[in-house]
Design a protein around this ligand. Structure first.
Ligand code: FAD
Length: 284
């Protein structure tokens, strides 16, 4: 639920490779703004943000001295970065209190922001507990015309008059395409799938490496114990467990362009209910 857009140079690089409609300034940014409901007054008027969209973005500015000190020390002393940047604004490099998709203290998920408000529409039908088997594609025109799926152990299909949008994630989307006969010819033939179109699917899967070192920057188990914070989470948008992640920073190490970051830092609170960090570390 961190709300951090890609770097504008990544989008511009996509456009430069021939992908029309992917450059940042005139193609992608207007949609980011249209989708966004930025609730932070200082950023709401920025030319990089929108306020009328369905997806709430809020920034908890953590009016807490120990958090403010941790952010300042991490960004300025450890990373040699400016703090208080808008990571979705003019310059992404630097640190900031983290923008989150949080509305009234709770996650503003895609479902909550987009689907819940329109669930009663007559032209929308949501079929849960269903698993797609493959996309149906006309062999002669190579147009997708439906989806085959299984629901409660019964195989069935739905048909599309316009288009099928494949959004099954980075691994399952290419998987479904290949099960449907859209993929590298040799690979599909080797596993017995009838080839409809020989296209380079699943060739560019990337992962990003994550490391989670824990430093005792901020310890406050007593607050959690005394206030019954854990029990309060589902009911009230307050307490020390809301917005536990408080800072992100982007930095460029290897890209050769200081404005084009290749590493992201995230700093979050560590809960210390039994005081073991305090006991084992002389200077919390
Ligand atoms: C631990 C973790 C933390 C993250 N934190 C953040 C964050 O703070 N901020 C951020 O911006 N991004 C974050 N991300 C990345 C973010 O979650 C993904 O980029 C995003 O969810 C991708 O959206 P998607 O719609 O493409 O795919 P997904 O969200 O993966 O949705 C694909 C959906 O397709 C469904 N599906 C797959 N196969 C089938 C099938 N055969 N039949 C029916 N349904 C199927 C899946 O069940 C799933 O619901 C995080 C990712 C992880 C793993």
């Amino acid at each position: 639920m961190m709300y951090a857009r890609g770097n504008r140079r990544d989008y511009d690089a996509l456009a430069a490779k021939g992908n029309a409609g992917w450059d940042y300034g005139s193609s992608v940014l207007p949609y980011f703004k249209k989708a966004e409901n930025m609730t932070n007054p200082a950023l709401a008027t920025s030319k990089y943000h929108g306020t009328g969209g369905p997806l709430t973005v809020s920034i908890n500015d953590h009016k807490d001295d120990s958090v403010a000190t941790a952010v300042k020390n991490t960004s300025q002393d450890s990373l040699d970065l400016p703090d208080k940047v808008d990571c979705n604004g003019e310059n992404q490099v630097g640190s900031s209190f983290i923008p989150m998709n949080v509305k009234d203290g709770q996650r503003d998920s895609t479902h909550r922001a987009y689907l819940e408000p329109v669930l009663s529409r007559k032209n929308l039908y949501v079929r849960t507990h269903s698993q797609v088997i493959r996309i149906l594609v006309y062999r002669d025109t190579r147009r997708a015309n439906g989806v085959k799926f299984v629901h409660k152990n019964v195989k069935t299909a739905v048909f599309a008059s316009k288009e099928v949008i494949v959004c099954a994630g980075a691994i399952r989307s290419p998987h479904h395409l290949m099960l449907s006969g859209l993929g590298p010819r040799d690979h599909l033939r080797a596993v017995g799938i009838d080839v409809i179109e020989d296209i380079p699917v699943r060739n560019n899967l990337r992962d990003h490496v994550v490391m989670n070192p824990i430093f005792p920057l901020y310890i406050d188990g007593s607050q959690a114990k005394e206030s019954g914070s854990i029990a309060r989470i589902p009911r009230t948008p307050s307490g020390p467990f809301h917005n536990v992640i408080f800072m992100t920073a982007f930095k460029s190490f290897r890209s050769g362009n200081p404005s084009w970051p290749d590493a992201q830092y995230v700093v979050s609170k560590v809960l210390d209910l039994d005081g073991c960090w305090r006991t084992n570390n002389s200077s919390p």
